[in-house]
Design a protein around this ligand. Structure first.
Ligand SMILES: NC(=O)c1ccc[n+]([C@@H]2O[C@H](COP(=O)([O-])OP(=O)(O)OC[C@H]3O[C@@H](n4cnc5c(N)ncnc54)[C@H](O)[C@@H]3O)[C@@H](O)[C@H]2O)c1
Length: 258
């Protein structure tokens, strides 16, 4: 029953084969969606090369550079979507950033620049990308972002990213309210801890995974594929009545008190 056949999906946030965005892109592709990929450009083109190596097996319609701090690149990204596809059905927002000072030490010590940069990349970017996606979602659409329990509860070292995720989760609700009349649904997936490039920057990720393996109802953490499956469901007509929600894909960890 789950089919994304004929749907056009723009996927942000693939860095390598461990990226959650890669798990999502694979499952959207498996459900029949056409995939367009953005990557964070760097001077030597190494990130682009890596992303192309990883994603080539799902034959993306295009790869475009999109640093979400760069207005021109955002506009060029959606111009490419308009040119190649004419309409967009799915937007996957699967990116975040915090400087080192934001992910350890005292919360009161977080520098202003680090705070602002993290909120711009990790939080504001969802609304910014949604703004450009909206006029292309002419037949309705689905926008998904990735969040974490650290945006709701205090998790050691998650610090600044916790604030960014709290803002992101509230953005999901405001965006869902604004875009609902256009039949554009906006939801977040709160994933359990998974070892990736970004999560390795958070001190103690391995301890976090161990704790989840000991205490989560399913006695394990989750995989990129499981997150991808939930994303495919949320993007499909099976979830046509669901918007503004945060869905926990965390082996049940969130329900536990101790
Ligand atoms: N790994 C986990 O345990 C976990 C758990 C819950 C939520 N998440 C969230 O999942 C999302 C994906 O992270 P991941 O764990 O797959 O790590 P990842 O390192 O594979 O992905 C992070 C992505 O963010 C991109 N990015 C950073 N700054 C950017 C910018 N300025 N413009 C455009 N892209 C930028 C990177 O290029 C990278 O592709 C993040 O929002 C993260 O907070 C991760």
């Amino acid at each position: 029953m789950l089919s994304l056949s004929g749907k056009n999906a723009l996927v942000t946030g693939i860095a390598n084969n461990r990226s959650i965005a890669w798990g999502i892109a694979q499952q959207l592709h498996a459900a029949g969606a056409n995939i367009g990929v953005t990557y964070l450009p760097d001077e030597k083109g190494r990130f682009e090369k890596k992303v192309r190596e990883v994603a080539e097996e799902i034959h993306p319609a295009f790869y475009v550079p999109c640093d979400v701090q760069n207005e021109e690149q955002i506009e060029a990204t959606f111009a490419t979507v308009a040119e190649k596809w004419g309409k967009l059905d799915i937007l996957i927002h699967c990116l975040a950033f915090a400087d080192k000072e934001g992910l350890s030490g005292d919360f009161t010590a977080i520098p202003r620049e680090a705070f602002n940069r993290s909120l711009e990349v990790s939080t504001y970017s969802l609304s910014r990308l949604a703004r450009s996606a909206k006029p292309l979602m002419t037949e309705g659409g689905s926008i998904i972002t990735l969040t974490y329990l650290g945006g709701v509860k205090v998790i050691p070292n998650y610090n600044l990213m916790g604030v960014a995720k709290a803002g992101l989760e509230m953005s999901v609700r405001y965006l869902a309210s604004e875009l609902g009349p256009a039949n554009i649904r906006v939801n977040g997936i709160s994933a359990g801890p998974i070892r990736t490039l970004a999560s390795s920057a958070v001190g103690g990720i391995l301890d976090m995974i161990r704790l989840v393996e000991e205490t989560a109802p399913l006695r394990r953490t989750v995989t990129q594929t499981e997150v991808g499956n939930a994303a495919a469901f949320l993007c499909s007509d099976l979830a046509s009545g669901i918007t503004g929600q945060i869905l926990y894909v965390d082996a049940g960890y969130e329900i536990m008190g101790v």
